[in-house]
Design a protein around this ligand. Structure first.
Ligand code: DX5
Ligand code: ZN
Length: 216
């Protein structure tokens, strides 16, 4: 099975978003990764519902929504209304993680939990069977183009070990500083899906870069 690739729209050309979305649509990208930031959970603000609603109309690809916001439970209905496939909420932002995970599923989306670099995978022991995916941050969330945190490879392997031990079918997605070199090591450690922003959009041929990431 080839690696799932989810290019992050954060590094796209926001003045020519339609062009970039059409490029992703033509490409072998599996999902489109959308980074929503509120300026509170992370020190940056990105884009919100007006943008997602418009892009939903021009792409067929599944949307992988990564919410870097406090109180994500406030927006389960709104995210569901965008037609998103995955709703990723941060472990660090959810007091009642189990409750929001059930609500995400009830609204027809696949629940995913995201861990910041400092959060150990062990916190997921009890919630793992309820999750379709775990998103491991391999940079501190908030910005594209940051340097990959090496520990993420070991963390991916530890999560894979937990998934095999619990015999769940949870996917592992990794986000931040992904390129062909870090991607190769993450896939070897057990990653199923790779998010890549700057590496895809700053390459001479983003479509070819997506193809090469898929081949990892
Ligand atoms: C960071 C975002 C990432 C970001 C990745 O907060 O969650 O999805 O776009 O960007 P790169 O691939 O450039 O590290
Ligand atoms: Zn992201």
């Amino acid at each position: 099975m080839s690696t799932i690739v989810a290019p992050s729209l954060l590094s796209a050309d926001f003045l020519n978003l339609e062009n970039d979305i059409k490029m992703l649509d033509r490409s072998e990208a599996d999902w489109i990764h959308l980074d929503i930031m509120d300026g509170v959970f992370v020190p940056n603000i990105s884009f919100g519902f007006p943008v997602i609603d418009r892009l939903r109309k021009v792409t067929q690809k599944p949307l992988d929504v990564h919410l870097m916001i406090v109180q994500p439970e406030k927006f389960v209905n709104e995210i569901a209304a965008t037609g998103a496939t995955f709703m990723n909420v941060h472990y660090e932002a959810c007091i009642h993680l189990h409750r929001i995970v059930q609500e995400i599923r009830k609204k027809g989306m696949k629940p995913a939990v995201t861990l910041n670099p400092h959060t150990p995978v062990s916190v997921l022991e009890d919630i793992l069977p309820d999750l379709d995916m775990v998103l491991l941050m391999s940079v501190n969330p908030g910005f594209g183009g940051q340097q990959f945190i090496e520990h993420s490879v070991k963390k991916t392997a530890m999560l894979k070990e937990m998934i095999l031990r619990q015999q769940t079918s949870t996917l592992i997605e990794v986000d931040g500083g992904v390129n062909l070199e870090t991607g190769r090591r993450l896939v070897d450690a057990g990653a199923d899906a790779l998010v890549a922003g700057s590496f895809v959009f700053s390459s001479p041929s983003p479509e070819e870069t997506i193809q090469r990431l898929k081949a990892l």
